[in-house]
Write a protein that binds this ligand. Structure first.
Ligand SMILES: Nc1ncnc2c1ncn2[C@@H]1O[C@H](COP(=O)(O)OP(=O)(O)OP(=O)(O)O)[C@@H](O)[C@H]1O
Ligand SMILES: [Mg+2]
Length: 305
């Protein structure tokens, strides 16, 4: 990946003066935040520094796994060291989970004795709510340095953040390209598809299933049509092991997943659905009426490879 990154002069200067500790990268979309994070990570790793990358953008398709925040300690393009499931593609829809999960991942990075912790964030900065969220996030992470990338859009946040933490402002990358929402969505679907590639259909009793609105799953599922809803498989210490997709609901929840679901795991229902993923996985749905709501029933096709 590094061969594809063309660093700006500000990025090269940043490497030589980067303080150890936590560096948070803020900015609007498509300015080069994620590429800068990867650049810093790869450069520091080459000179044998212990480095962690925390990615707080659960919608991005490159590092980690969609619907999750991630902590990588080695190659960020591989499965991360730890994942925290937020259940949305945008932190906007679940700010509380994003803040607490970000803190958890930072604590794990510190426990793993990372000298440098780079935190990549999402491009949600333009509204009052977005700026409030980013300020809470910065306070939660208490960084050694904040790097603001961008022009006019980042200035209001930059002016406030620098009153609290050491902050620098750099321009958008010369090489930054606009990735459209549709392209981002397509890449995300491909990433989830690859993750679910070797799926099996698993049935899970409802007492292992949790909805983020704290509804009792068996009740909730009577009133919704959650087929094609993505779920997270959460281990006994509350990290995410991987994703699944709901294929059917009867006395139990049926999910397609490539990770093993143990008795002590929980299934967290996300706020996101991905209908075309079922088709891409070779699962076809058929709609039938159930308690006056439409519940799609899904059968695996004969040829699954
Ligand atoms: N230094 C660079 N060298 C080469 N390509 C770059 C560089 N910086 C950015 N790009 C290009 O611009 C695109 C957007 O950059 P990047 O993903 O880093 O933006 P971002 O600020 O993280 O956006 P978002 O908030 O949407 O995640 C990249 O996919 C890449 O194609
Ligand atoms: Mg990014």
């Amino acid at each position: 990946m590094l061969e594809d990154i063309y660093p700006d002069k500000e990025w090269i200067e940043l490497i030589s003066k980067l303080p150890s500790g936590t560096t948070v990268i803020l900015g609007p979309s498509n300015v080069g935040k994620s590429y800068l994070s990867m650049f810093l990570f790869t450069k520091l790793q080459k000179v044998k520094r212990k480095i962690a990358l925390i990615t707080l953008d659960p919608g991005q398709p490159i590092v980690g796994l969609p619907l999750n925040l991630s902590l990588s300690l080695s190659n960020p393009l591989r499965m991360p060291y730890k994942l925290k499931f937020t259940g949305t593609f945008s932190p906007r829809k679940n700010i509380a989970a994003t803040l607490s999960s970000a803190k958890t991942l930072l604590d794990v990075a510190k426990e793993s004795l990372a000298e440098y912790i780079i935190v990549d964030t999402c491009g949600y900065i333009s509204t009052t709510e977005a700026r409030e969220y980013k300020l809470h996030l910065i306070e939660t992470l208490s960084p050694t340095l904040v790097v603001c990338i961008g022009n006019k859009e980042i200035l209001p946040l930059f002016k406030v953040v620098r009153k609290f933490f050491p902050t620098i402002l750099i321009p958008p990358s010369n090489k930054a390209k606009v990735i459209t929402r549709q392209k981002r969505r397509d890449r995300r679907t491909r990433k989830i598809l690859a993750h679910l590639q070797n799926y099996t259909l698993e049935t899970v009793p409802f007492d292992q299933v949790i909805d983020t609105n704290c509804m009792i799953a068996s009740e909730l599922l009577k009133y919704t049509t959650p087929t094609a809803t993505l779920v997270g498989i959460i281990d006994s210490v509350n990290f995410c092991k991987g994703l699944g997709i709901i294929t059917n609901i009867k006395e139990m929840l049926e999910v397609a997943t490539a990770v093993e679901i143990k008795k002590e795991d929980k299934i967290l229902i996300s706020k996101e659905r991905c209908e075309d993923l079922l088709h891409k996985l070779g699962l076809q749905s058929e709609i039938r009426i159930y308690k006056r709501h439409l519940i799609p029933v899904v059968y695996p096709t004969a040829n699954e490879d």
